[in-house]
Ligand binder design. Structure first.
Ligand code: HEC
Length: 97
């Protein structure tokens, strides 16, 4: 029983902190991409809430290591430089479909 309670508390705590992190990490993105990723940033990017979670992870990791992007990728490189892999995953879980 104690084990079950501990497992529930841990799972619940983890779920909460993950979604909170995603929202916090996404905050600075909303100016360009919209609150729920519904805008094309500066009229240049894809509408990111139509991308899958996996596509978002690929894009954000790629901006970090230089393997992804269009003409304005330098702008995104600055945005993602300080994000951890966990942050990227949380954002993708929140915004991606
Ligand atoms: C200053 C405006 C701005 C901010 C802030 C910004 N972005 Fe972007 N984002 C862009 C632009 C412009 C592009 C297209 C860049 C290119 O040419 O590859 C883009 C591209 C993307 C793409 C890939 C879409 C595609 O067209 O392939 C994703 C995913 C993304 N941004 C997520 C984010 C996330 C997550 C954040 C916050 C950590 C963020 N952006 C912050 C402007 C912004």
């Amino acid at each position: 029983m104690t084990k079950l309670v501990t497992a529930l508390v841990v799972t619940f705590g983890l779920t909460c902190s993950l979604s909170a992190d995603g929202a916090a990490a996404y905050k600075k993105c909303s100016a360009c991409h919209g609150t729920t990723g519904e805008k094309s940033a500066l009229g240049k990017s894809k509408v990111i809430n139509t991308m899958t979670k996996a596509e978002i992870v690929t894009a954000l990791s790629g901006y970090k290591d230089g393997s992804y992007g269009g003409p304005m990728k330098a702008m995104m490189k600055g945005q993602v430089a300080s994000l951890s892999d966990a942050d990227i995953q949380s954002i993708a879980d929140m915004v991606g479909k």
